[in-house]
Design a protein around this ligand. Structure first.
Ligand code: CA
Length: 405
């Protein structure tokens, strides 16, 4: 079917138009594209062919120039791309500049600057607390309802969907073991998350207010924070995640602009503790900070979980505000993960750790039981969000296959 004739109810129809970076078949040149249905529009070539003033932002080889251009430019470019793929007057010029998605190579769409990962699901935090601190009076740590807990991760190992993930090796020591041993992780896990991509930077010493979230954050993607639970359990005290997570973080090849998700904005869960003013999103006039994203987690094509992003306690706006409250600067291409998305129900948990309750209750898959990941397993996160008029806005999948380390 010609790309112009994509069905109106396609989750990647003209109401969506995520951006990515691709190489056409037979080429290694990296070009900025917009996805429409199962096609990729060469956005840079289209801008050039139509004499668009936005050509420099779409010339490649990454999305960074577009990210840095700011919210007004983001809207202008989106309006232009929408007209390129919908206005019959452009059809003859634009149609030859589409490529079938199946024939292109997709790349990491932006140059990742700094990478931060949060811990924003109360359900996830409580599950982990119950598993690892069963004796504690409260499954949440005392700080959890007062600030979005996070850590700085490793930007250089963020990889695009489709990249194989080598099983990491490291030290592990179960409590009963007399000494640590070294070897491939035997408790390799996933964390289903949403990644937020910063466009507009800030200077050191400045802070981003809650209401300025959409002036700085361009869009979002799905993110899999691969996690070696055995390495993590031994190394994390007292400074937090380190080698158990830094070996690979996978992101979608397509970044969905926040502007495509206007109809998916929802209020976050009710706050049970008063917040300090800089994080208080209950004040009158504060924009809705939550997003209604329906995530699906599949192992080897079998859906094992459906985590709801709308259940996240902390919003992406609060996370951005907290991340800069000390005066730390933002850079174009900063990426921050929401934290594992887990909902209140058992089938809404975003990690195998929780789904199997630390390995106690194996999952029954068509190809056998799973506690943690085996070599050859393919994990795919996909999602959609409600759009205007009952349409769905598809979020591009993030997929990765485990290979022997
Ligand atoms: Ca995580």
């Amino acid at each position: 079917m010609p790309p112009f004739d994509v069905p109106e109810d396609d989750p990647f129809g003209p109401h969506n138009l995520p951006y990515g970076v691709f190489s056409p078949s037979g080429s290694t040149e990296r070009r900025v594209g917009a996805r429409l249905g199962n096609h990729v529009l060469d956005a840079g070539a289209t801008a050039a062919a139509l004499g668009s003033p936005h050509h420099a932002l779409l010339a490649g080889p990454t999305l960074n120039p577009l990210l840095a251009a700011g919210r007004t430019a983001w809207s202008d470019v989106r309006r232009a791309v929408t007209s390129w793929v919908t206005d019959p007057a452009h059809r003859n010029t634009v149609e030859p500049l589409f490529h079938p998605l199946s024939e292109v190579t997709l790349h990491l769409p932006f140059e990742v600057a700094d990478y931060v990962d949060f811990y924003a699901s109360e359900h996830h935090a409580r599950n982990v607390g119950q598993m690892f601190r069963p004796e504690a009076a409260d499954s949440l740590m005392p700080n959890w309802k007062h600030l979005p807990v996070g850590y700085h991760g490793r930007a250089g190992t963020v990889v695009v969907s489709g990249t194989d993930v080598a099983r990491p090796s490291g030290q592990r020591k179960a409590p009963a073991d007399p000494a640590p041993v070294f070897g491939p992780s035997v408790r390799l896990d996933i964390e289903a998350e949403v990644g937020f991509v910063v466009g507009v930077p800030t200077d050191m010493g400045s802070r981003v207010a809650l209401g300025d979230f959409r002036e700085h954050v361009f869009g979002l993607c799905l993110l899999n924070d691969w996690s070696a639970r055995d390495i993590q359990a031994w190394e994390y005290v007292p400074l937090g995640p380190f080698l158990a997570k830094s070996f690979a973080t996978s992101v979608s090849a397509w970044i969905t602009p926040l502007e495509a998700l206007e109809h998916a904005r929802v209020a976050p869960p009710e706050r049970t503790h008063p917040l300090l003013p800089y994080l208080d999103d209950s004040a009158p006039g504060t924009e809705l900070g939550g997003y209604d994203l329906r995530i699906s987690v599949a192992v080897n094509g079998h859906v094992v979980s459906e985590p709801p992003f709308s259940a996240m306690y902390w919003t992406a706006a609060q996370q951005l505000t907290h991340m800069t409250v000390n005066g730390a600067a933002l850079r174009t291409g900063d990426l921050y993960g929401s934290g594992t998305v887990s909902g209140p129900a058992e089938h809404q948990r975003g990690s195998l750790l929780e789904l199997t309750w630390n390995g106690r209750d194996p999952l029954e898959l068509p190809d056998g039981k799973r506690t943690f990941l085996e070599d050859g397993d393919v994990v795919t996160l996909s999602a959609w969000a409600p759009g205007a008029g009952g349409l769905r806005v598809g979020l591009s999948e993030v997929s990765g296959r485990i290979v022997a380390g």
